[in-house]
Design a protein around this ligand. Structure first.
Ligand SMILES: *[C@@H]1O[C@H](CO)[C@@H](O)[C@H](O)[C@H]1NC(C)=O
Length: 494
């Protein structure tokens, strides 16, 4: 009753409303006080613009980012809870920050996210580390990618997928995980030195953990900004299951490192763990890489290398299903250059310009990495007249670069020809940046491009594709932008 009486008291009520208004203004002023930061939508106290990404933008965060660009221009800001985010939306500003100002823009805001702090407890990989530790680990990754016979590995796993397609005999296959076993096995050969047998329980556990990357919200999980949410029973139980699964895989990987230590020789390294062990005692920089760091690196490369390529290949097949005339043109080109007696090789690439252009167009419209992994400036930087304050979160909106009307003629239309120059050779405009740009661009892009080419061309050489189910190009955005699941029918062409 007391409470009711109090609220019916007009004076108290007015006072309360007044107080709330004053608080609101104080919060807003404290944010805008840093004058010069890029414009953006009105941010609510505490939650900022976090809820604006729900509603019609649920699962479509890329559309939110693109709509804000249309409203506020090519550099804008918003708040995710109380974190200031600056979004760079065109090739010029992304180049300006990540390439020209690379000395200020090459760090990751690893401490800004609860989930990242949590996973970094056991060691840090490449994605979320900075400075020398990041350089040394990136060096290890480049070394093994450079020394492995990647094409042999990719071709071997392509054959496995071709068999799956062949056995399906035109019956529908679910798109989503069609390439996951293969891409996990490729990266497993590179990291651990071997592939898995189909029903190996460790394989199933890795696939299970890797698959969470299909739905994970990444840095835009509310848990990052409101970590207390982890105590809510429904969230707590899910987190426990996930952390248990990751823990099991982590133990498995530690075991793999121990096995490698027992058998290690100074011969040519066979995988990433070998590279690590060979360099460990020789190179001072290696002091920055603990075994825990190596485990974390392997754990993050597994999904980064497999889920991205799996999703890209889903988009590739979806567009071929939706554009049978383009599918046919690629098939004709492949048939006239390679024939049907042998597999398509990477070295055939230069003689397949139309197919190459088709793959570039697929990467553009798919924009699997719709936004870059967050960067953070190491000091205040002025970019195109805007202040980008030290420690804020900066993301490159690659999706908007790929659909910008200023750069692309009819960006919504699927047109491989746009990637061919007047001589009929493939060409990439600067606004094409599927792997982001600068020192923090995707370290695995050579492997990704090789995988896309070898899987795509060899499937088209052997099969004609049709589809059923939703067949929509209206993608869903978790960490990566993926097409809604659909069904693939592969009919042998021979
Ligand atoms: C992937 O591997 C799992 C586990 O062995 C198997 O059940 C599944 O059929 C495989 N999927 C494809 C598309 O090869």
């Amino acid at each position: 009753m007391d409470v009711l009486n109090m609220f019916s008291d007009l004076t108290t009520c007015t006072l309360l409303v007044g107080l709330v208004i004053v608080l609101l203004i104080a919060v807003i002023m404290s944010k805008k006080e840093q004058s010069g930061i890029p414009p953006g939508p009105f941010a609510w106290p505490i939650v900022g613009n976090a809820f604006s990404m729900g509603g019609k933008y649920k699962g479509k965060r890329h559309k939110y980012f693109d709509d804000m660009r249309k409203r506020y221009g090519s550099i804008y800001s918003f708040y995710f809870a109380s974190q200031l985010h600056v979004v760079l939306n065109d090739a010029d500003s992304i180049e300006e920050a990540f390439v020209k100002h690379k000395s200020e823009f090459s760090n990751r805001p690893a401490d800004s996210f609860w989930i990242v702090r949590e996973i970094n407890k056991y060691g840090t990989g490449i994605v979320w580390s900075n400075d020398d530790a990041w350089k040394v680990k990136t060096g290890l990754a480049h070394q093994i990618l450079g020394e492995s016979n990647l094409e042999d590995m990719v071709r071997a796993e392509t054959k496995v997928v071709l068999d799956v397609l062949s056995q399906s005999d035109g019956k529908p296959l679910a798109s989503q995980k069609l390439f996951l076993n293969a891409t996990v096995n490729i990266i497993s050969r590179i990291l651990l030195g071997s592939r898995f047998d189909d029903n190996d329980p460790d394989f199933l556990r890795i696939i299970d953990v890797v698959s969470t990357a299909f739905t994970n919200e990444g840095t835009f999980s509310m848990l990052n900004v409101f970590p207390k949410l982890r105590f809510l029973p429904c969230i707590a139980s899910k987190l426990r299951v996930l952390f248990d699964k990751v823990g099991t895989v982590r133990n498995y990987l530690s075991g793999q490192i121990s096995e490698h230590e027992k058998q290690h020789t100074k011969d040519k390294p066979n995988d990433l763990i070998d590279v690590y062990l060979s360099k460990k005692d020789q190179d001072d920089g290696m002091k920055l890489v603990s075994k825990g760091d190596l485990v974390r690196l392997i754990l993050e490369v597994f999904p980064a290398a497999s889920v991205t390529t799996t999703i890209s290949l889903n988009w590739a097949l979806l567009y071929m299903i939706l554009h049978p005339e383009i599918q046919k043109k690629c098939q004709d080109e492949i048939e006239s250059v390679v024939g049907t007696d042998r597999m398509v090789h990477w070295s055939d690439r230069s003689k397949l310009p139309y197919t190459q252009a088709t793959l570039l167009e697929i990467q553009r419209v798919a924009s699997v990495a719709a936004t870059s992994v967050p960067h953070t400036p190491t000091k205040d930087v002025v970019l195109s007249g805007f202040l980008i304050p030290k420690d804020c979160i900066v993301i490159g909106n690659l999706y908007s670069c790929h659909f910008d009307e200023q750069t692309w003629d009819e960006p919504l239309v699927f047109k491989p020809e746009r990637f061919l120059n007047d001589d009929g050779n493939p060409t990439k405009p600067p606004a094409f940046m599927p792997f982001s740009v600068g020192p923090r661009s995707c370290p695995g892009q050579t492997l990704a491009v090789l995988e896309l080419f070898v899987f795509f061309t060899n499937i088209l050489q052997k099969f004609s594709l049709t589809g059923s189910g939703e067949l929509s190009t209206d993608g869903n955005y978790a960490i990566f932008l993926s097409p809604p699941p659909f069904l693939i029918h592969a009919k042998s062409r021979q």
